[in-house]
Design a binder for this molecule. Structure first.
Ligand code: C2E
Ligand code: MG
Ligand code: MG
Ligand code: MG
Length: 274
């Protein structure tokens, strides 16, 4: 009976594996066809300072599939990364963000609007990553000062020096760099010291339970202190309530992003740019 059971368990397992694989390959081929089409859109979420002033916007990819409805980036980004489709998708995202940066920074604006764009480690690893970024800036006429790239610690793992060189080159051209989801990866403090970044983003997982979890308070506080000590901007993401914002402010954080300050919306619906 045990043997029988074992065999059945194995069978169920196989079925699940097969379903998962089927889901992934199905998603992948839908994704392949969808990239660059009107199924994809960028939404923009405001980043604000303590006085509520706009200090930037983050571009977030949205996929509205005719077969699947709206698919979360949490689902399609990992599939895009595993399949290499993140390269055409990432290119499309950056190009759209550049076009939007041009529209939002027409001559005569008082405050520049800086758009932060998420960049996958897979993109950064490409030998032609930097030239691709620079080509897109040139082709769209966007000013590099109006763009910021959000990288994650996973982009720093393999060839650290090569990555740092790429980052330095981007900075040299005027782009700003942010380290997203900070504290959730594996990077060390000695690595952080070497990275030519402008900003640290406190991951939303530390903000979520800030009012209830002393360990999250300790982490948020350390990131803020570390950022100050290294001369980096610190921004908290996932700020949903006034209480969280006040708590972060008391810890010395002055920049925020989250539903409290505005949800991600299409460019046409973005308000308060003046
Ligand atoms: P992320 O870069 O850390 O982006 C922040 C995520 O938190 C976004 O989820 C945003 O909609 C969500 N968010 C913002 N404020 C709040 C809040 O107050 N509460 C909560 N619970 N969530 C909030 P989204 O849009 O689902 O994106 C998830 C992740 O997918 C992003 O995390 C980013 O890593 C990735 N992603 C999205 N767009 C792109 C893209 O164009 N390229 C790449 N490579 N990755 C992307
Ligand atoms: Mg981000
Ligand atoms: Mg993040
Ligand atoms: Mg995140």
């Amino acid at each position: 009976a045990a043997k029988q059971k074992g065999r059945n368990t194995c069978c169920v397992f196989d079925q699940q594996m097969e379903q998962a694989l089927h889901f992934r390959t199905g998603l992948e081929s839908d994704l392949r066809r969808a990239i660059g089409s009107s199924q994809f859109q960028l939404h923009y979420q405001p980043q604000r300072d303590q006085a509520g002033r706009l200090i930037g916007v983050e571009a977030l990819a949205r996929w509205n599939s005719p077969f699947r409805g709206s698919v979360s980036p949490g689902i399609f980004i990992p599939v895009a990364e595993a399949s290499g489709l993140i390269l055409p998708l990432g290119h499309w995202v950056f190009e759209q963000a550049c076009r939007q940066a041009v529209r939002w920074n027409r001559p005569g604006r008082r405050q520049p609007v800086v758009i932060a764009v998420n960049v996958s480690a897979v993109q950064v690893r490409q030998p032609d990553f930097v030239p691709c970024i620079l080509d897109t800036l040139k082709a769209t006429g966007a000013d590099p000062c109006h763009l910021k790239l959000e990288l994650t610690e996973s982009a720093m793992v393999d060839d650290v020096q090569a990555t740092i060189d790429k980052m330095l080159e981007l900075k040299h051209h005027g782009l700003a760099l942010s380290l997203d989801d900070f504290g959730t990866g594996y990077s060390s403090l000695s690595l952080l010291k070497k990275l030519p970044i402008d900003q640290l983003k406190i991951d939303q997982s530390f903000v979520r339970e800030l009012l209830f979890a002393p360990s999250d308070v300790a982490i948020a506080k350390s990131v803020i202190t570390l950022g100050d000590a290294l001369g980096l901007e610190v921004i908290a993401e996932g700020v949903e309530t006034r209480e969280q914002q006040q708590f972060l402010a008391a810890l010395g954080c002055t920049r925020y992003q989250g539903y409290l300050f505005g949800r991600p919306v299409p460019a046409e619906q973005f308000e308060g740019l003046d």
